[in-house]
Design a protein around this ligand. Structure first.
Ligand SMILES: [Zn+2]
Length: 186
């Protein structure tokens, strides 16, 4: 069996179990997640928010990229997400408040790109000379920088909560670096 055969086999088991339990949610795009969270996380195989937080289908929107970083690409995804919500008649914020959670982690692969400033600068769409505040080798500083960058986006509802977390791949524990607070204070 190749990888896909194995995955498809597991998927069949998943489908049978979920159907039997009635936990599939084909109606969900027209309703809000039961836990109103948007988690921005890293693509790393070890840091799936569904495993770390035990979230179940329908509980959180998860956007993952390299590093779980604030980038123009991530901003575009957030914009599309908001538009999808509007088209579905469930404007983000209109159906309640979301909690935007930025989840980065120790031993992140992005630290290995520190010696490749051109690639990083392109990823963040900035000049190589502007890379230092992105703190790619320090997840605590990086998550704080990204929360600050998200706070500066006027399109994000100011009443939403935002927080910044670092997951420790050695202990399995999440540390709060930026405690939950409204995106903007009045
Ligand atoms: Zn990572």
């Amino acid at each position: 069996m190749n990888n896909l055969d194995d995955l498809l086999q597991r998927n069949k088991q998943f489908a049978v179990q979920q159907s039997a339990q009635g936990t599939l949610m084909p109606w969900l795009p027209r309703a809000m997640p039961t836990v109103k969270a948007i988690i921005i996380g890293c693509a790393d195989m070890r840091v799936d928010p569904a495993h770390i937080f035990g979230t179940k289908p329908g509980e959180a929107v998860v956007l993952r990229n390299i590093g779980g970083r604030f980038t123009p690409g991530l901003l575009e995804q957030l914009g599309l997400l908001g538009r999808i919500g509007q088209v579905a008649g469930e404007a983000p914020g209109g159906g309640g408040e979301f909690h935007l959670i930025v989840l980065q982690h120790t031993d992140c692969g992005i630290t290995r790109l520190a010696g490749d400033p051109a690639m990083l600068a392109h990823y963040f769409q900035i000049q190589e000379g502007e890379l230092r505040p992105k703190a790619v080798t320090d997840p605590h500083a990086a998550v704080a920088a990204d929360v600050a960058a998200l706070r500066a986006i006027p399109a994000l509802p100011g009443t939403w909560l935002i927080s910044g977390l670092v997951y420790d791949v050695a202990t399995g524990l999440v540390e709060i670096v930026v405690p939950p607070a409204p995106i903007r204070t009045a």
